[in-house]
Design a binder for this molecule. Structure first.
Ligand code: MG
Length: 389
């Protein structure tokens, strides 16, 4: 099994610190049935790209890009080959260097860096089930018209039309024979499947993938450079002692008749736990460091104001909140009558839909300081997406 990446100028663009063609190569290398990769480059940059791949593959001492999975070695043999003037010539050159025991070949255009390993597996499955040529295709959703000189000639039957992607997968013998025949008879096709079609070979079509798009237009680069975001979570915990001081507020909601709290700020234990959880998502320490209780300006400050500042810090760090789960732990007061109001207020303060905010409460069965009615505690778990600021 071998796969060839056809390199044209945009394929040399870098995405996440590595060239586009490396994204495809990494995907192929994750498929156990892919035994090797042939990269095809224009002759004038062949030597340079070979050195670049050696570096990316960890074969030199040069530092490698540290962008996660992309900086790992391919783990399969690879070779570079000089391309020809036409795509067809480039593929022909690559076919010449495949090992003798190679049975199947996948031809991929490196301008499609977002292919999925599952698609590669489905193509190989089809070959193993007896197909001689398999291509991924997406049903055409636009209306397609035939036109000439600015005038429409006909509307094509959309239900029979497919936009064909790569990789295209073939039995190597048959593809070699088709290329040899095309060279001998001096004809060309726009893709490898086209060569086989002309010889009357049956080509199977399997569903392609929307994400496996080809970078063709300048606006495609926006898709390419969309920052990667990773799921993260943060945990927060806070305690306040009961005692005369601040009237109780939980999640910004006053709790009438509840014990008062000793605090430098307004003593909103729930917002404090929540702020620590949000700061944890951004790895920015905790509110104790950010808002020290030695700061006279923070005396009796509304914690919702502090939360605003925490949300601003999180946003600056590229954190987008997804969900918050909060637990209030107290023997008194009873939280249940207030939990819906608290939830609604939190969703407003956090700019999250109510379906993504959970508020619950528990006692500690009379145990510990909450059981002794000496204080209240709260924990919060916040889920978020973290990307580039
Ligand atoms: Mg506190």
């Amino acid at each position: 099994m071998a796969a060839a990446g056809l390199a044209r100028p945009k394929q040399f663009l870098e995405c996440q610190g590595v060239p586009l063609y490396w994204h495809s190569a990494r995907t192929f290398s994750r498929c156990a049935r892919v035994a090797g990769i042939i990269f095809v480059f224009p002759e004038d940059c062949l030597a340079e790209e070979k050195i670049r791949i050696q570096r990316l593959d960890g074969l030199t001492d040069a530092p490698r890009p540290d962008s996660s999975d992309l900086s790992r070695s391919l783990g399969v043999p690879w070779e570079v080959v000089g391309g020809g003037s036409l795509r067809q010539d480039s593929v022909f050159n690559a076919l010449q260097v495949l090992p003798v025991d190679c049975e199947y070949v996948l031809i991929h255009d490196a301008a499609r860096p977002f292919l999925n390993a599952a698609l590669v597996a489905r193509l190989i499955d089809a070959l193993e089930q007896g197909a001689t040529g398999v291509v991924p295709g997406q049903p055409v959703t636009d209306t397609i018209k035939q036109a000439q000189n600015g005038r429409i000639l006909a509307t094509l039957e959309r239900e029979n039309l497919y936009a064909i992607q790569t990789p295209q997968a073939f039995s190597l013998d048959i593809l070699r024979a088709a290329h040899a025949r095309a060279r001998a008879e001096n004809w060309t096709a726009t893709d490898d499947a086209g060569l086989l079609e002309r010889l009357g070979q049956e080509i199977r079509i399997i569903p392609g993938e929307a994400a496996n798009r080809k970078l063709t237009h300048p606006e495609d680069l926006n898709f390419l450079y969309r920052p990667q975001r990773l799921a993260c979570s943060g945990y927060g915990y806070d305690v306040h002692r009961y005692g005369s001081g601040r009237p109780m507020k939980l999640g910004g909601v006053p709790i009438p008749g509840a014990p008062e709290l000793i605090a430098h700020s307004d003593g909103d234990v729930l917002l404090h736990a929540l702020m620590d959880a949000i700061l944890a998502c951004a790895c920015r320490g905790d509110i104790g460091r950010l808002f020290p209780d030695s700061d006279p300006r923070l005396e009796n400050i509304n914690s919702a104001i502090l939360l605003d500042e925490v949300l601003r810090i999180a946003a600056t760090a590229g954190v987008e909140l997804v969900q918050a789960d909060c637990t209030i732990i107290a023997q008194i007061p009873r939280i249940a009558p207030h939990s819906q109001t608290i939830r609604r207020n939190l969703s407003r303060l956090l700019c999250l839909d109510e379906d993504y905010v959970n508020v619950k409460a528990t006692t500690e069965e009379g145990l510990g300081f909450t059981g002794a009615r000496e204080g209240i505690k709260a924990v919060a778990l916040v889920s978020a997406l973290r990307g580039n600021p």
